[in-house]
Design a protein around this ligand. Structure first.
Ligand SMILES: Nc1ncnc2c1ncn2[C@@H]1O[C@H](COP(=O)(O)OP(=O)(O)OP(=O)(O)O)[C@@H](O)[C@H]1O
Length: 249
């Protein structure tokens, strides 16, 4: 069996009296593409936040490559190779496309190679920025300010920035929400082209996208895991058929 990138051991969290997530245990292997499914309010984003470190579970443990990171803040998890995107874009709106990517690449350089901010090796940093923008096939000019980009290009840019940090685990929260069919297709292609040793965990409502990118699925409902399994098992799950395909209503 492949070793685990992420292990959740009975994690849960309550907000006031509400149990948003309770007792979820899953192992996600290195290089796996896992999609989290479930109706609105099922606890998918809350689970993501506990993996990313934005929230600390009230019970249970989160392990990253075997190490207990339950109490570590997001930036410490980022240093260990975890990156994530959010449902709402979190870009620097007044900066250009290439300046945004430059910031992400430079952040990686300074943590990984011990460079001082703004100093040392600007050449290689800009080379990497250009290579990333080529890989991600940006249609708009690189000097365009983010606030002048289409929503689709903003989502793509966010993904490019998450990838710029060369993460070992990438958490994508609804990467195709609000995108046109064409933009969705290009984001799906980009996700599928990520290096095979990068573990990717995706919250996705679009079932076509989910089936295209996932090796395995985890279904949440009312904060609990109801199934972890293959595409076949998901297709045969009555609850998923009801929620996503409107059957039995
Ligand atoms: N900070 C918070 N304070 C109080 N309640 C919260 C908080 N965050 C989430 N919740 C509640 O926890 C439950 C799970 O929410 P969560 O956003 O994780 O669901 P979700 O599956 O991501 O839903 P969606 O698909 O709508 O994004 C919901 O009932 C939500 O209202």
């Amino acid at each position: 069996m492949r070793s685990a990138a992420i292990q959740l051991e009975g994690i849960g969290i309550s907000f006031g009296g509400l149990r948003a997530v309770s007792d979820v245990s899953i192992d996600i292997a290195v290089g796996e593409r896992r999609v989290l499914l479930g109706p609105n309010g099922a606890g998918k984003t809350t689970l993501f936040n506990m993996i990313g470190g934005q929230l600390t579970p009230t019970h249970g443990k989160v392990r990253l490559f075997g190490e207990d990171v339950t109490a570590l803040p997001p930036h410490r998890r980022a240093h260990k190779g975890l990156a994530r995107t959010f449902q709402i874009t979190s870009l620097f709106q007044d900066a250009s496309v290439e300046e945004n990517v430059h910031l992400a690449v430079r952040a990686l350089s300074s943590t990984r190679y011990g460079m001082m901010r703004g100093a040392a090796a600007p050449g290689p940093v800009w080379e990497r920025v250009r290579a990333l923008l080529d890989d991600w096939r940006f249609t708009s000019d690189r000097r365009t300010r983010v606030c002048d980009l289409s929503y689709g290009d903003q989502r793509k840019l966010e993904l490019a920035m998450a990838v710029a940090g060369e993460p070992r685990v990438l958490l994508l929260d609804e990467p195709t929400s609000g995108l046109s069919a064409m933009e969705t297709e290009s984001v799906v292609t980009l996700i599928k082209e990520l290096p095979s040793d990068v573990t990717v965990i995706v919250v996705e409502h679009d079932m076509d996208v989910a089936f295209e990118v996932a090796d395995r699925f985890t279904i949440l409902q009312n904060g609990q895991m109801v199934l972890t399994g293959t595409a076949e098992e998901v297709r045969n799950n009555a609850e998923i058929r009801r929620i996503y395909f409107g059957e039995g209503e």
